[in-house]
Design a protein around this ligand. Structure first.
Ligand code: SAM
Length: 335
């Protein structure tokens, strides 16, 4: 069938496929097309200007004839609809707003047909509160919320009911790698179970990674994951980043602020932590008509308050978050 798609040179294909997945605009019901030079990746909707600006320069938008994805067709045929779920380790996570009957049908179907899925959970609440947690119902399979998820050669043990974790940021985490140099000091202010800290420590030989989280359960899993991944040069700290920042003033080459709803409340601490010339990786949730400017003003004001200056190095959309809302990242140098 004919569908709008992204045409991209093959060597950039996997990178772009993951980005489209993060933007939630990859049409999974169709098979990705290819010829000798290009991949043709089907889209479920038109990309926004913000999303397009983040794709590599050689990206083209064209129409292409696609084959249907076999596995998806079977799922769709058997259930009469195409189920959406994400997989974290051996747990499948359904959509929050599914009615009970649909959720049970999908859950039983997944348990019976997908040997890698042992438990199916349905979220009962959105992600909320200081520790960014949600409640779940066990819809089918083993009664558990703990699993081990594999990502970029690392393993993360996590109890989804006790600590935040999402595989949807995997591309973003790998993108941060390109900013880090051997010997850097990294401070992960909101580390959770460690997916940024551990990936960076394992891949880039930083001299030191300080991973802080206020949630004692997250820090329990962070410590387990440091051991599980044999990661060196990481210090796991249970505490409030605002307080911990006072102990590590002017030490960081990179500060990671992955608390997108309230990172702006911690900007003064992040600036305190950053060495002159160091970089803050700031995450926010922003409406499509003001993706970056309001946040840049806040960063500028916070720096000015401490007598420092800023230089914006990069700003990008990470993924779509809700209708007309985006998870964004701003890379800012502190001078
Ligand atoms: N970076 C991790 C990841 O990518 O999975 C976790 C991100 S999660 C959105 C934010 C984390 O910040 C949560 O684990 C929460 O417990 C932690 N947190 C919230 N307030 C905090 C504070 N004042 N100090 C330290 N950690 C905090």
């Amino acid at each position: 069938m004919k569908q709008h798609c992204i045409k991209i040179p093959k060597k950039k294909g996997e990178y772009v496929r993951k980005m489209l997945l993060d933007f939630e605009i990859l049409d999974n019901s169709l098979k990705i097309g290819m010829d000798g030079t290009f991949l043709y990746i089907p889209l479920s909707r038109e990309p926004t200007t913000g999303e397009l600006n983040n794709l590599p320069k050689k990206t083209e938008l064209i129409d292409f004839y696609f084959e249907l994805q076999k596995k998806k067709t079977i799922l769709k045929d058997l259930l009469d609809f195409s189920p959406t779920y994400e997989v974290i380790g051996d747990i499948a996570l359904l959509e929050e707003n599914l009615d009970h009957q649909k959720a049970s049908r999908i859950a039983n179907f997944l348990i019976q047909t997908q040997p890698n899925i042992k438990t199916v959970l349905k979220p009962l609440t959105p992600v909320t509160g200081e520790f960014r947690l949600r409640k779940f119902e066990i819809t089918a399979g083993e009664p558990k919320t703990e699993t081990i998820h594999r990502e970029y050669g690392c393993r993360y043990k996590v109890d989804l009911a006790k600590a935040y974790f999402t595989p949807r940021l995997s591309t973003e985490r790998s993108r941060i790698l390109s900013w880090i140099k051997e010997g850097d000091t990294i401070i992960d202010m909101f580390a959770g179970v460690g997916p940024y800290s551990i990936l960076l420590a394992k891949s880039k030989k930083p001299s030191n990674v300080i991973a802080i989280d206020k949630n004692p359960d997250a820090v329990y899993y962070l410590k387990e994951n440091i051991t599980l991944n044999l990661a060196k040069n990481i210090e796991a700290i249970e505490g409030d980043s605002r307080e911990e920042a006072k102990k590590f003033a002017n030490t960081a080459d990179h500060v990671i602020m992955n608390l997108p709803h309230s990172a702006h409340e911690f900007l003064d601490s992040a600036i305190l932590l950053t060495k002159p010339g160091g970089i803050i990786h700031y995450y926010g949730i922003a409406p499509e008509d003001d993706l970056f400017e309001s946040y840049i003003k806040l960063i500028h004001l916070a720096a000015e308050g401490t007598g420092k200056h800023i230089n914006i190095l990069e700003k990008r959309v990470v993924r779509s978050y809700a209708p007309h809302q985006y998870n964004i990242c701003i890379e800012v140098k502190i001078i």
